[in-house]
Design a protein. Structure first.
Lengths: 369, 233
């Protein structure tokens, strides 16, 4: 399924002038608040009528202002998970979940009620009322409600933004499962690099109502310049690893990739499982010789592919480690004293303890293509 | 306690008042919900005019409203003559006319109560129902309507109470005929106009108080039961 959006819409002084196409499994609309992300998916969902534009999803024309086409939201079959779950307060969880199914033509009901309930782990909540649920539970029910309506596309508008970190960590795996185990494409609005890095297959970066970049997640997230200043600390490269074994006595997992052997804090996954990790650029150290006698567990040989220095004290060094791309954030001073330049052989040093729940995700979606 | 016993005429006035108020409230309800919804949720040309007309009976002297009804819905009035000719419906000097007068007078109160409750319903819930495939009519029936139930009950009680007490417009439009258009307030008024009528007026006053209290308590109980069922907070 492909999504193609072209919008020109004025809202007071704000001009949204954006166009993108995506056929990813989970496309993230990424940008600071006020960049137009929510307006954009509201138009895809049919909640807002654009002044000018064209929206096509899965070969179906939803909006074409030139041809005066505007499919109303209840005929779009596009699920929407809102930031504030918006469960119906007068219905039980089960009634909320079944609401959309009632309006779906019988022939198009592919979602299986109990399958979705199991996927989201909400079986014990069915007879409860929304008022008695926690924030995380509400959001899971909201996701289930959208799913059970058998949508052709699911929109998620910062579904984790109103939750604390523990609740975010609770929901994240469910969204990963949704991405990997169902065939429904997802458009996910977020301003958090961590969420996007863990969940997205494709990223559309918005700024002040315009698309500044779009493409596969790995390429976008390694680009420093696209990230808001306060989140640059999160910038880094995505590396796809395969589980090779466990080191039970140390609580570590050994993984392999083109770049070499990695050791990360224990990951519960069988040998052969694909894991995507985000290696933050600030966590990568560079050495001209293979370091010996250091505590860091991951030492990976590579070649410098590019160096971009900013106006301040820092430089971003891109590495090619046997095909894997890594990025290291170092001072300009180090670049000069070590004589770093494109083509120079270096060793990237990454401490295993720098990985955490925010940077380790699973990667089944790449198995299926 | 002999003085508490109601005469047949007084019973008639009590029964008639309840009948008139019930009909006025029930018949006005669908119109009340529709207009409240339009005022709360829709933008249309002439919205403030509609709003003004609905609220007019609240501001006008009741006698003026009654007189307007008389010249419009009377046998020779433009609307009244048509209704009489084509549907056989007659309002003037009938209990139906009393119900019409009470309904019109109580309408703004009903619309206000329901409109406020519709405005309190989160539009985002209605939008969410739309994304799940419900067309606007279904959204109203399954989301808005259940959530405004307490407001509808409040509107009906207010309207019923107002109808029970309506006097000016009723007596102007359909006069004060015992057994046909003599409601409780008209009967009380009649008692106060004749020598020795004090006791009768007092009896009917007590009846009015009892009916008002019962209606109020019943609505409280109902509203509490509904909001427990809704279990919103």
């Amino acid at each position: 399924m492909s999504l193609s959006v072209r919008i020109r819409h004025r809202q007071g002084a704000f001009l949204l002038d954006a166009a993108f196409e995506s056929s990813g499994r989970l496309t993230a609309l990424f940008g600071p608040s006020g960049s137009g992300k929510t307006s954009l998916i509201n138009m895809v969902g049919g909640l807002v009528r654009p002044e000018n534009g064209r929206i096509e999803a899965g070969g179906r024309l939803l909006v074409d202002t030139d041809a005066r086409i505007f499919v109303p939201k209840h005929r779009r079959r596009i699920g929407y998970v809102f930031q504030d779950a918006r469960l119906f307060p007068h219905m039980t969880v089960a009634q909320n979940l079944g609401y959309g199914r009632f309006f779906t033509p019988a022939a198009e009901r592919y979602a299986d009620f109990s399958g979705v309930v199991d996927l989201l782990g909400i079986g014990h909540l069915l007879s409860r009322k929304p008022a008695s649920l926690s924030g995380g539970e509400k959001q899971r029910v909201a996701i289930g409600r959208a799913l059970i309506a058998s949508p052709k596309l699911i929109l998620m508008d910062e579904p984790l933004a109103s939750l604390d970190d523990a609740r975010k960590a609770e929901i994240m795996p469910y969204i990963e499962r949704l991405r990997d185990e169902t065939k429904i494409p997802i458009v996910y609005v977020s301003h958090s690099v961590g969420e996007v890095a863990r969940l997205a297959t494709d990223v559309v970066v918005l700024s002040a109502g315009k698309v500044v970049a779009s493409g596969p997640a790995a390429g976008i997230l390694a680009r420093f310049d696209l990230l808001p200043e306060e989140q640059r600390a999160e910038a880094g490269a995505m590396v796809d690893l395969t589980v090779a074994g466990q080191e039970e006595e140390f609580g570590l997992t050994v993984l392999r990739s083109a770049s070499g052997e990695w050791r990360l804090p224990r990951i519960d996954a069988p040998v052969g499982a694909k894991i995507r990790v985000r290696v933050r650029a600030r966590d990568v150290m560079l050495s001209l010789e293979r370091p010996a006698g250091i505590s860091a567990l991951n030492v990976l040989p590579g070649k410098i592919a590019a160096i971009s220095a900013d106006a301040g004290s820092e430089a971003l060094v891109s590495l090619d480690c046997g095909g894997d791309r890594l990025a290291a954030r170092v001072t300009r001073r180090s670049v000069e004293t070590l004589g770093l330049a494109v083509g120079v052989q270096v060793f990237a040093v990454v401490k295993a303890v720098t990985f955490d729940r925010g940077t380790i995700g699973n990667l089944q979606h790449d198995l299926k293509g | 306690m002999e003085w508490l016993h109601l005469s047949p005429d007084e019973w008639n006035a009590v029964r008639l008042s309840i009948k008139v108020s019930t009909w006025a409230t029930v018949v006005a309800l669908p119109f009340g919900i529709a207009i409240a919804y339009a005022l709360a949720r829709r933008e249309f040309w002439g919205k403030s005019l509609v709003n003004g007309i609905v609220h007019l009976p609240l501001i006008l002297p009741p006698v003026v409203t009654g007189y307007l009804l008389l010249i419009t819905f009377g046998r020779r009035g433009p609307v009244g003559s048509l209704l009489d000719q084509y549907f056989g419906i007659v309002f003037s000097f009938r209990w139906t006319g009393a119900a019409l007068a009470c309904g019109v007078m109580a309408f703004p109160l009903m619309v206000r109560a329901i409109r406020l409750s519709i405005e309190a319903v989160d539009k985002k819930l209605e939008a969410a129902a739309g994304t799940l495939g419900a067309n606007p009519l279904w959204v109203f029936a399954t989301i808005t309507l259940p959530l405004i139930f307490p407001g509808i009950i409040a509107g009906m009680v207010l309207s019923f109470a107002k109808a029970m007490g309506e006097f000016g417009a009723t007596i102007t439009f359909v006069s004060n005929i015992p057994g046909e258009t003599q409601t409780l307030p008209s009967a009380i008024y009649t008692f106060t106009q004749v020598p020795g009528g004090d006791l009768g007026a007092l009896r009917l006053t007590l009846v009015s108080i009892v009916i008002a209290m019962v209606a109020l308590i019943a609505s409280e109980v109902l509203a509490r039961r509904i909001s427990r069922r809704l279990d919103i907070e």
